[in-house]
Design a protein around this ligand. Structure first.
Ligand SMILES: Nc1ncnc2c1ncn2[C@@H]1O[C@H](COP(=O)(O)OP(=O)(O)OP(=O)(O)O)[C@@H](O)[C@H]1O
Ligand SMILES: [Mg+2]
Length: 463
């Protein structure tokens, strides 16, 4: 299959997943939901990104025509970006994408919109995906509850489409990382998806998640494919080998005259089938942080790889883990949005030079993005690394379990924020300040209503 990929991030394999989805989407008699499950770093998000890109291929270049043509809306849930897991963001994102890829949906949306809904339409945009002339710029849903908004902006227009003109072509909605939306109070994105019984039969929903059974209880998922179970071990192993071979085969490595086949098989074995492990190692080699000669001393499994990476970084940093890198990782591990250098410094009172050294040393484990006004903001690079920092025990290699020296106690990490707020002085605080404070807490700290309420009551008492 021809892949859509960038030079740095080649996408490899997964034809067996595409084939399964093509069969499911083409069959009108099968269940609405399809779940792609998989362990952390197994490649669920990478697959959905690829699927999303495939939909822009021209007709004759489509490899899985039914599937690629059906993809109509894709939403990525990332716990490290709290807005992405808020149900209202999800509703707006899905509704807007559907409106911009299907004129019948757009018309139905305009037909179904009620008092509190405002749809901003830009005319005569020729670049819009699948749409000539009209582009829905924004959907404002003020005053509606998430459930009502989902009904008005997604469910009702789809029902109107069905009533207007029966259709047979499937329409596919895709939600990646459903497990990451769990921290939101009800109704979560999963709760909204569970209320889709009344949708027309041609609406199909593909979700990805780590395998948490309780999450899917309400979704009536009857089709599942795992990227990391024993049932698909062989297919996954072949894909992983292909990926490692491809990256090892780059000219720089050819010059080093390594036995690509042999090296690929060692790395795949130590990665235990995990794509993220292989990617991190190959990035480390490419950046000169590790040498291919170190292959035989590679640990087994993703957490052991994180352990080694953090250990290397901590050794090269000035200052102990507990006073330098630990607190910054802790702050990033509980932040619900990426933070700027200034925000990190303000909350932790770390000197700028220490923070800079931290960001350089741990660059592979920190993602850097830019806000709309161009400021750099930082987050942990992957959800699985956040999980590693919350792991009390870990297996560093076959049959050896140790206490994780980089374990971070969540409430201690939250304390950084609280200390910062307290240091601003709580005397003379008024109800407006308290509202601001609550917003700050809920925005940056995982919701912990009881603890937060106690804190707010306490701070009120202190005023
Ligand atoms: N098929 C693939 N081809 C190339 N690279 C891949 C592929 N699958 C995964 N990767 C690489 O592995 C990394 C980790 O994969 P990904 O983030 O998709 O895992 P995940 O299953 O979504 O993990 P999580 O459960 O934590 O969300 C990707 O960023 C990408 O670099
Ligand atoms: Mg993911």
């Amino acid at each position: 299959m021809e892949k859509v990929a960038t030079a740095q991030e080649p996408f490899v394999g997964r034809n067996w997943v595409f084939r399964s989805l093509e069969t499911w989407i083409a069959d009108t008699g099968v269940p609405r939901f399809f779940l792609i499950a998989g362990a952390p770093g197994s490649g669920k998000t990478a697959f959905i990104r690829e699927l999303e890109q495939c939909r822009s291929r021209d007709g004759e270049n489509k490899v899985y025509p039914r599937l690629e043509s059906a993809v109509s809306a894709v939403h990525f849930c990332t716990a490290r970006r709290s807005t992405s897991i808020e149900p209202m963001t999800f509703v707006r994102s899905i509704s807007k994408q559907l409106a911009n890829c299907d004129e019948h949906f757009r018309e139905a949306l305009l037909q179904s919109s009620e008092g509190n809904m405002e749809i901003k339409v830009v005319q005569n945009v020729t670049t819009a995906h699948h749409v000539t002339g009209v582009y829905v710029n924004n959907i404002v849903l003020s005053g509606l509850s998430p459930r009502r908004a989902f009904t008005c902006a997604v469910v009702a227009p789809l029902q109107i489409m069905q009533a207007n003109a029966p259709r047979v072509e499937p329409m596919l909605l895709v939600v990646d990382g459903l497990d990451e939306s769990r921290s939101v109070e009800s109704p979560s994105i999963t709760d909204l998806l569970a209320s889709t019984d009344d949708l027309p039969p041609w609406v199909k929903i593909l979700v990805t998640s780590r395998p948490y059974d309780d999450l899917f209880a309400d979704l009536l998922i009857q089709r599942t494919l795992s990227l990391s179970s024993s049932g698909t071990e062989q297919e996954n192993a072949q894909d992983l080998l292909q990926y490692i071979r491809l990256r090892l085969g780059d000219s720089a490595h050819q010059r080093a005259a390594i036995d690509v086949e042999q090296a690929a098989s060692v790395v795949a074995g130590r990665a235990a089938g995990n794509f993220l492990y292989a990617k991190l190692f190959l990035d480390d080699v490419e950046a000169g942080r590790l040498s291919l000669d170190s292959i035989d001393s590679l640990p087994t499994g993703l957490d052991a790889y994180f352990y080694q990476s953090v250990k290397r970084g901590v050794q090269s940093m000035d200052g102990a883990w507990s006073s330098s890198s630990g607190p910054v990782f802790g702050l990033l591990a509980v932040a619900r949005e990426p933070l700027s250098q200034e925000q990190i410094q303000r909350v932790l009172t770390v000197p700028p030079s220490t923070l800079l050294q931290f960001l350089l040393t741990f660059a592979p484990l920190i993602s850097r993005a830019a806000t709309p006004n161009g400021a750099a903001v930082y987050a942990l690079f992957h959800q699985s690394f956040r999980d590693f920092l919350r792991l009390r025990n870990l297996s560093t290699d076959a049959n050896v379990t140790i206490l994780n020296p980089y374990f971070l106690e969540v409430c201690q990490c939250h304390e950084g924020f609280l200390r910062y707020y307290l240091s601003q002085g709580v005397s003379g605080i008024d109800s407006e300040d308290i509202d601001d404070l609550a917003c700050g807490i809920f925005r940056f700290i995982s919701p912990k209503p009881a603890a937060t309420a106690r804190f707010l009551l306490w701070s009120q008492g202190a005023s």
